[in-house]
Design a protein around this ligand. Structure first.
Ligand SMILES: O=C(O)/C=C/C(=O)CC(=O)CC(=O)O
Ligand SMILES: [Ca+2]
Ligand SMILES: [Mg+2]
Length: 390
């Protein structure tokens, strides 16, 4: 039997307990929970087959009451001795995509980011479109290209046309970028025709991941009018391996910024809340930005209510991401197009002036949150390295 040592100040103590899918050396992928630097095999400890599957979906589908119950069981089990075979050192396992992505939606919920991109993409217009403060703007992405952290990102190719070029050309993206985002994973879905109320969010949403919505800015700028992002963003979206349950993030709730004008009734929460997550963006190991999630204008509950207000159904495993997290300060911007102001103001990375991503670059986004009683919780990290175009 083993007792997992949890060092003081661990970001992955009993207050956190994020879920993932891991494969032990030579074994099949199954559901585990992270405790300090170990992974606990939940099927082995709780004896429920729902955890021997290679995704969290079947467990998430069991619903909120069961999530609460399992979390209590895990806390009990991990506070005691566990069978040796149920505990694996984190550095000996392979981490997989934690859930099967049903649908993928990406919002645009940061006022700072939306204003900056408006200025960069539409310099002659108002930075925010007239709809922006009335609804959380979003688009449907490509669920099949959501990949786990660590997957190499092949530089996409496509049509590019700079404003000063007469005609488009085909070739590798010249303005490859990141978007540091927070993703929300739907645990229990809702049927067609039945919108999810804005106050039902915590009942339906299972947890949170970190997202890098890789973006080909040159492809995007040429293709996106009038239907929105398409191939410029669908080539890969990376997610972190650990899904932090919403149940662990109660101490991280903060009121959203004041919304003016007041949104329509279906978007009015009793207590509008966002999350006090501190993101960190590292470019080739160097911190270049610290985006604060608490600055986000639209709350995650408003995103889910809006996403279903037309009667669209939602499903277990739906992923909806916040959109780029940017704060008011320059070193809080969550995309390099903003950080370098369209490539005109390079940042120094490894002693070199840099604008967009080069082949071989690695980007890692990590985050922490307040936990109960002054503790900090880790949300893990999402990382990816750029590979040359094929
Ligand atoms: O304003 C635009 O034309 C473009 C916006 C984006 O690229 C942002 C996006 O995909 C959503 C987000 O991550 O905030
Ligand atoms: Ca995005
Ligand atoms: Mg994408």
């Amino acid at each position: 039997m083993t007792r997992i040592p949890i060092p003081d100040g661990s970001l992955y103590g009993l207050d956190n307990l994020p879920y993932g899918v891991f494969a032990p050396d030579g074994g099949e992928p199954r559901v585990g929970v992270r405790v300090a630097d170990s992974v606990v095999d939940l099927a082995a400890v709780l004896g429920d087959d729902v955890f021997s599957r290679p995704s969290l979906n079947a467990f998430m589908e069991q619903g909120h009451e069961r999530w609460v119950e399992v979390r209590e069981h895990i806390i009990d089990a991990v506070s005691d001795d566990l069978p040796d075979g149920a505990v694996h050192a984190l550095d000996t396992v392979t981490l997989h995509l934690p859930f099967e992505v049903a649908d993928y939606v990406d919002f645009y919920a940061s006022e700072h980011h939306a204003s900056n991109l408006g200025r960069l993409f539409r310099p002659d217009a108002e930075p925010l479109m007239p709809n922006w403060k009335h609804l959380p703007v979003g688009y449907h992405g490509r669920a099949g290209t959501v990949v786990p952290s660590g997957t190499g990102i092949v530089r996409p190719s496509g049509q590019r046309k700079a404003p000063d070029e007469a005609a488009p050309t085909y070739g590798p993206c010249r303005r490859l970028d990141i978007e540091a985002e927070v993703g929300f994973v739907v645990g229990t879905g809702s049927p067609l025709g039945a919108p999810v109320g804005v106050d039902d969010f915590a009942e339906r949403v299972f947890g949170v991941v970190l997202v890098n919505d890789w973006s080909a800015r040159d492809v995007q700028a040429w293709e996106y009018v009038p239907l929105g992002p398409f191939l410029g963003k669908s080539f890969a979206t990376s997610v972190s391996p650990w899904v932090v349950p919403l149940l662990a993030l109660e101490a991280a709730r903060v009121p959203t910024p004041l919304q003016d004008p007041e949104p329509l009734p279906y978007l009015r929460e009793k207590n509008p809340w966002g999350l006090d997550l501190d993101l960190v963006v590292e470019w080739n190991g160097q911190v270049v930005s610290r985006p604060p999630y608490r600055e986000m204008y639209w709350s995650p509950a408003q995103m889910l209510a809006h996403m279903t207000v037309n009667g669209a159904s939602s499903r277990t495993g739906d992923l909806f991401a916040s959109g780029t997290v940017s704060g008011p300060e320059k070193d809080q911007r969550g995309a390099f197009i903003e950080l370098t102001w369209g490539g005109k103001e390079p940042v120094e990375v490894g002693g070199e002036p840099r604008t967009f991503l080069e082949d071989g670059d690695t980007v890692t986004i990590s985050a922490t949150a307040p936990g109960p009683g002054g503790a900090r919780l880790g949300l893990g990290a999402v990382t990816g390295r750029v590979l040359p175009a094929r």
